[in-house]
Write a protein that binds this ligand. Structure first.
Ligand code: TMP
Length: 215
C-alpha cells in the first residue's frame, strides 16, 4: 500500500480569504505534522516568473489560451519540483489554488473548452489531485470589499461580472466533485470558517489513518 502525505488545496474567488486560512491551517497542523505551503501560480523560481507575467496589468494582450497554458506551465513546475517530492516525504502540502482555478477562471470565466482544460491539467499534474479541496464561497461584491486595500492585478481588474462567472463555475465544479470538494461559506465570522475547515481536515486525517494510508 502506498503511504504519502496529504494534499490540501484552497480555492475561491479573489478576496475569499484563502491566504488567511492557509496561514491558520499551517500553524495548526505544524504542531503534529511537517507542513509546507505553496501558492499558485508560484512556489518555485520559474513559476514565480510566470506569475509575474500573468498578473502584470501591462500584459493586456494575453490570449485566453496563452493564459491557460502559462498557468499550466507554472503548475507543472511546482508539482514536480515541490509538491510531489513533499508528498512522497510524508508531508502535508497546502496549496493556495490548484487545478480547479484553471477550470473556474479559464473555463467558466474566459469561456475556454472545459475538456481541453481537463486534459491540460492532467498533463501538467501527471494526474495528481488534491486529497481535499476547501472552496471558500463568497459573493464577488464581498470579495472585492475585502481586497479594497490591494492594487488589483490583471485578473482582479476583470471586475464583478467575471468574478461572478468564476464563482458559479466553482460551485458547478464542487457539485461534480462532492467527495473531494467541501464548500465553506466564507462570508461568516472568521472563527466559524477556520473551525469548519479544520474539521474537514481532521476528518481526512482520521480516515487516512483508519485505512493505514497515512505516513
Ligand atoms: P492570487 O494569488 O491573488 O490568488 O492570484 C492569482 C490569480 O490568478 C487569481 O486572480 C486567480 C488567477 N488564476 C487563474 O486564472 N487560473 C489559475 O489556474 C490559477 C492558479 C490562478
Amino acid at each position: 500500500m502506498i503511504k504519502t502525505g496529504i494534499f490540501i488545496s484552497l480555492e475561491g474567488i479573489d478576496g475569499s480569504g484563502k491566504s488567511t486560512l492557509k496561514e491558520y491551517l499551517k500553524e495548526k497542523l505544524h504542531a503534529k505534522f511537517q507542513v509546507i505551503d505553496v501558492r499558485e501560480p508560484g512556489g518555485t523560481i520559474i513559476s514565480e516568473k510566470i506569475r509575474e507575467l500573468l498578473l502584470d496589468i501591462k500584459n493586456e494582450g494575453i490570449e485566453p489560451k496563452t493564459e491557460a497554458i502559462l498557468y499550466a506551465a507554472a503548475r507543472a513546475q511546482v508539482v514536480e519540483e515541490v509538491i510531489r517530492p513533499a508528498l512522497l516525504d510524508n508531508k502535508i502540502v497546502i496549496a493556495d489554488r490548484f487545478m480547479d482555478s484553471t477550470i473556474a477562471y479559464q473555463g467558466y470565466g474566459r469561456g475556454l473548452d472545459i475538456s481541453f482544460l481537463h486534459e491540460l491539467n492532467s498533463l501538467c499534474t501527471g494526474g495528481l489531485k488534491p486529497d481535499i479541496t476547501l472552496l471558500l464561497d463568497i459573493s464577488p461584491e464581498e470579495g472585492q470589499k475585502r481586497k479594497i486595500t490591494d492594487i488589483p492585478d490583471r485578473l482582479e481588474k476583470e471586475g464583478i461580472e467575471f468574478q461572478q462567472k468564476v464563482r458559479n463555475g466553482y460551485l458547478q465544479i464542487a457539485k461534480e466533485n462532492l467527495q473531494r470538494i467541501k464548500v465553506i461559506q466564507a462570508d461568516r465570522d472568521l472563527e466559524a470558517v477556520k473551525n469548519e475547515a479544520m474539521q474537514h481536515i481532521k476528518d481526512i486525517i482520521t480516515d487516512r489513518r483508519e485505512k493505514h494510508e497515512l505516513f
